[in-house]
Design a protein around this ligand. Structure first.
Ligand code: PRE
Length: 374
């Protein structure tokens, strides 16, 4: 017997710990088995191995129980259950050189708005183009970037040239805070009135006109204008604004102004989440360079997950520009959804039908995914 063993307190307490460790190991083994089943089903249905929103829930649970060590523990448990995240990207990258020699990496784009803050954070030092949704749609369609977010309306308008990346979107299941209709009075007062649509907004502008016409029964006249709320409201009874400007006006509303959250209204009306933007690739690029698109997709999924795991840090970095506090950014990031599950897709298809009825997108506009998921 070694000196250490002689002095080790082999007490009932240690036996109890051994017992608990054995139970934890058995529980994690059981968890891994169940998790593998869910992942298998999702992949068989054309999805990917991971579900960002679900992982965020799990991290929060461990964090609530054990603080930042809990986040590490949750991340280890997930790694045991679904493998290492980087592994997916490495596999995709490993396929790339063999199948698609001598081609440069795909060019990624992201929105400069806070709604891409988590993804930008997760991408770290990787070179990406940034721009407004308007600029990014133009760059994607012109071939200046290969994979980028695009507002839902622009995607639907160009659906025959684009494929959406599975499991990744920018949306909300209810309140979104950054896609807003501002009015001086109740919505019904807009009937027969004027609504200014901020020129940077595509999906939110159309969503507002659909909600007003079909849900609120309001018949208004619409005009596209530069996205400056005070100017917009000078000549109109309502104004639709998106992005950081809308967020600022929502978090610090002017007295007397009514703020209608378009994500919340949509949810109230349809019971579905609203997807404001999807991530897309040109069909021609997907055909020529499928492995590179897979690699880019895996990179973006991983970036979204990484950002979602570190929302406090993301909030801090977004607050650094002085426009918002860290708490405000945390609240905003918590309302955003980066996942694109069955309910989100149902929301997209419902919106596409309503938009087609108004002639805003082609009649056959639908979402089609890279990799064949439907
Ligand atoms: O719940 C799921 O969708 C799973 O696939 C299970 C699980 C987990 O182990 O908890 C694994 C991978 C996903 O990214 C999220 C969660």
């Amino acid at each position: 017997m070694t000196a250490q063993q002689e002095h080790a307190p082999v007490t009932p307490a240690r036996n109890r710990i051994d017992d608990l460790d054995a139970k934890l190991i058995a529980l994690i083994t059981e968890r891994r088995r169940i998790s593998a089943g869910i992942q298998r089903d999702r992949i068989a249905a054309g999805g990917v191995r991971t579900d960002t929103a679900r992982e965020r829930e799990i991290f929060r649970r461990y964090h609530d129980a054990f603080g930042s060590a809990g986040t590490t523990l949750g991340s280890m448990v997930l790694e045991i259950c679904r493998g290492r995240l980087g592994a997916e990207r490495e596999r995709a990258a490993a396929v790339e050189p063999g199948r698609e020699p001598d081609t440069p990496p795909l060019r990624l784009g992201v929105f400069s708005f806070a709604n891409c803050g988590a993804v930008r954070w997760g991408l770290g030092d990787r070179q990406v183009a940034t721009g407004t949704p308007e600029a990014m749609a133009a760059a994607l369609l012109a071939g200046e970037v290969d994979v980028a977010p695009i507002s839902l309306v622009e995607y639907l308008r160009h659906h025959d040239r684009l494929l959406a990346l599975p499991d990744l979107g920018i949306g909300s299941d209810g309140e979104v805070l950054s896609c807003q209709l501002f009015t001086r009075g109740p919505l019904t007062d807009l009937d027969g009135g004027r609504v200014a649509l901020g020129s940077t907004s595509r999906t939110a502008a159309l969503l507002a006109t659909i909600l007003l016409a079909e849900w609120a029964g309001v018949n208004a006249e619409y005009r596209v204008e530069p996205p400056v709320l005070a100017d917009m409201l000078r000549g109109a009874d309502g104004a639709v604004l998106i992005g950081d400007a809308a967020l600022a006006e929502t978090l610090h509303p002017h007295p007397g102004l009514h703020v209608h959250d378009l994500g919340a209204l949509w949810r109230e009306w349809t019971g579905l989440p609203m997807v404001f933007a999807v991530w897309a690739v040109r069909r021609a690029t997907a055909l020529r360079r499928p492995a590179a698109v897979s690699a880019a997709h895996a990179t973006l999924l991983e970036a979204a997950q990484q950002g979602s795991r570190q929302l406090d840090e993301v909030a801090e970095s977004l607050a650094a520009n002085g426009l918002f506090t860290r708490e405000e950014m945390s609240r905003y990031l918590a309302t955003l959804e980066h996942s694109l599950g069955g309910r989100h897709i149902a929301g997209i298809r419902h919106f596409a039908k309503l938009a087609a009825r108004r002639g805003a997108v082609p009649d056959d506009a639908d979402i089609t995914f890279f990799g064949g998921q439907s």
